[in-house]
Design a protein around this ligand. Structure first.
Ligand code: CA
Ligand code: CA
Ligand code: CA
Ligand code: CA
Length: 357
């Protein structure tokens, strides 16, 4: 078993050192508030070092650190176009894009979106995220396989990883070649151990610890490989499980570290955090509603290719904006709830609604 700290290490040593820093200062930030700060930093760190497995996976409902993916429904609604909505704050253009998406989702062209149509769309967008991951992986693989023989050894990866942590790449390579001891701090060592576990998991038989481009994709993006998805769920349960029975109760799923909430503002953020998690646990993740989330249930929940989940998600998305209660989404409803679907508001949604038709 790996300790909670060791698990956090897998997100990046930056996370851990900041956590330590905050606790030393007896800071008043609550966990979610803390987390957003840390996540930003982790994001920055990732840009510098894209060979590390990301915490956040587009189109997957939970992050590696056990947090719910807040952007999930926008990711599966917009697919690759999500970035365009983020960059482009012009309501007219966003509106036009949204109208375009609407007509693509509405396959039978009856001017309303059914749950089935939305489900099919979600599956399509999920695949889009995966194809993106495949493309990005080509790039990242080239970075770890400079000699281009299509195989990366654990040692080669380890050298790249340590170099990204500020170690001298040549020195480290030389020491590994000569089997000399590396002086690595405990924190970095824990991250390394965790990465090595994952490396073993991603390595298909025969276990030679050499990863091909395909295996490296499983290493960075476990969400599309059954075995890796299983491994990822084990890691998450290990982090949240308090009594070691490898299952999660509601209280394990919503518990906050003791003493992290010290002011009202932080308390409010935490209340939201707890409420969202309770709802997700009871209504979605615990599929048989027996009050316990098993690894199997969590794995089903996190599987991006699960059509049943996609249909659920489709129904939820429709329910949010279905003002006339016909279990379908009309264009007006989508435009009115643009912020929910795209993350950006359309101030003039009603004014020109019929312009395009
Ligand atoms: Ca339709
Ligand atoms: Ca438990
Ligand atoms: Ca259950
Ligand atoms: Ca409707």
């Amino acid at each position: 078993m790996m300790s909670r700290q060791a698990f956090l290490c897998s997100v990046g040593s930056l996370y851990l050192s900041l956590l330590l820093f905050f606790s030393l200062l007896m800071d008043v930030y609550a966990r979610p508030a803390n987390h957003s700060v840390l996540k930003e930093r982790a994001g920055e760190a990732r840009e510098e070092n894209e060979i590390l497995p990301p915490d956040h996976l587009n189109g997957v409902k939970m992050e590696l650190d056990g947090h719910l993916n807040k952007e999930f429904h926008q990711e599966v609604f917009l697919g690759k176009e999500r970035e365009e909505f983020e960059e482009d704050s012009q309501p007219r253009r966003n509106r036009r894009k949204l109208v375009g998406i609407f007509s693509k989702v509405d396959i039978n062209n009856d001017k309303k979106i059914s749950a089935k149509e939305m489900q099919r769309w979600i599956m399509e967008k999920t695949d889009e995220h995966f194809q993106e991951a495949v493309e990005e992986n080509k790039m990242h693989f080239r970075a770890v396989d400079p000699d281009g023989d299509g195989r990366v050894s654990w040692d080669e990866y380890k050298i790249k990883f340590l170099a990204s942590k500020g170690f001298n790449e040549k020195e480290i390579a030389e020491k590994i070649k000569n089997n000399e001891e590396l002086k690595i701090d405990e924190e970095t060592q824990e991250v390394l151990d965790n990465l090595k576990d994952r490396w073993y998991q991603a390595d298909n038989p025969p276990p030679d610890l050499l990863l091909s481009e395909q295996e490296f994709l499983s290493f960075l993006h476990p969400e599309h490989s059954r075995g890796m998805l299983h491994f990822m769920v084990q890691e998450i349960v290990r982090d949240l499980d308090q009594d070691g029975d490898k299952k999660l109760t509601l209280s394990e799923f919503i518990s906050l570290p003791v003493g992290t909430v010290e002011n009202q503002q932080a308390q409010d953020i935490d209340d939201d955090w707890v409420r969202d998690r309770r709802k997700e646990f009871q209504e979605v993740i615990d599929a048989n509603h027996d009050g316990i989330v098993t690894m199997e249930e969590l794995e089903e929940y996190m599987d991006p290719m699960n059509e049943h989940n996609a249909l659920n998600e489709a129904r939820q998305m429709i329910a949010v904006a279905d003002e006339n209660q016909n279990h379908h989404l009309e264009l007006e409803e989508i435009l009115k709830y643009s912020e929910y679907f795209t993350g950006s508001k359309l101030m003039d949604y009603a004014r020109n609604v019929h312009e395009e038709f």
